[in-house]
Design a protein around this ligand. Structure first.
Ligand SMILES: [Fe+2]
Length: 287
């Protein structure tokens, strides 16, 4: 499968040069420092069908779209990791676009920061379109060295005593690496299940399967500019329908996280960089 990454890799030379120039300039001017007030922790509670007592109240920190090397500088990512670790979540889920257009200049910083993420039940990830464009195999190796387990069209079953929680991940939809049939094949027929998917609009497909209580996504950055009474000003491919926040899609909850970084447009209005802290709840009658 090594050539899959090569087949999805894309070169964006002028965007890469612009990114490196802006990051260097921001650093020189001291405008890339971490300030906790720039980031918001959004709390939400989601009832997961079939969730057993042992997992009731479990907390999952969801981080996405760091786009390290753009607005999110190495110093900011270090601060985000500290903030996340202090939340003391049981699980951490990462849903892609860790980089933008440059891997060489950011790989070491990403590894240093992600390597410090800590959660008792593990740190899990899927890749986004940008990770494929900069080089999926290298990003995969980097995540592995950090102790982050990538769910590449795969499923992991976590256990607390006799209670199980299935965590599934779909590889990136935008670059056609999603293999949902494989995910469903690997997912046991019973037990509560969550899905990590970079692109939120995949929720329509995921919900139709009728197996997931929650899908966590990013990709949209929440639109970055959110107009009161209107919503996100800009919507992109694969996040037209579900660009921001919480949705009910059939019987599945979808949460589209605003993300932590920005790509080409270093501007956010009414849409702060976000860490989501999700508390999983067992259904009342089953708890
Ligand atoms: Fe993306």
């Amino acid at each position: 499968m090594a050539d899959v990454a090569a087949s999805t890799g894309r070169e964006f030379p002028w965007r890469r040069r612009l990114q490196l120039w802006r990051a260097e300039r921001a650093h020189r001017l001291g405008r890339d420092r971490f300030r906790p007030e720039d980031f918001a922790v959004f709390h939400l509670e989601v009832e997961i069908p079939g969730l057993g007592r042992a997992w009731d109240g479990c907390q999952l920190a969801h981080l996405t779209d760091t786009h390290l090397g753009q607005w999110l500088s190495p110093a900011r990512l270090e601060g985000v990791v500290d903030l996340t670790n202090r939340l003391g979540a049981d699980l951490i889920a990462l849903t892609g676009d860790y980089l933008s257009y440059d891997l060489d200049g950011s790989a070491r910083d990403l590894e240093r920061s992600f390597g410090r993420l800590h959660a008792e039940d593990g740190v899990f990830a899927v890749l986004g379109n940008h990770d494929h464009w900069v080089g999926a195999e290298r990003v995969r190796m980097l995540l592995e060295r950090c102790g982050v387990r990538e769910l590449r069209n795969d499923v992991v079953s976590l256990r607390r005593g006799s209670d199980v929680l299935h965590l599934a991940g779909i590889d990136d939809v935008m670059v056609h690496q999603d293999r949902f049939g494989q995910v469903l094949q690997r997912l046991p027929a019973d037990g509560p299940a969550l899905l990590l998917a970079h692109e939120p609009d995949f929720a329509d497909t995921a919900a139709r399967a009728g197996r997931f209580g929650l899908q966590l996504s990013g990709h949209s950055h929440g639109g970055q500019v959110v107009l009161p009474g209107f919503g996100p000003l800009v919507r992109g491919p694969h996040c037209w329908k579900y660009p921001l926040g919480r949705y009910q899609v059939g019987r599945m909850t979808l949460y589209t996280n605003r993300g932590l970084g920005s790509n080409m447009w270093w501007i956010r209005v009414n849409c702060p960089p976000e860490i989501a802290l999700v508390r999983l709840r067992a259904p009342q009658k089953e708890a």
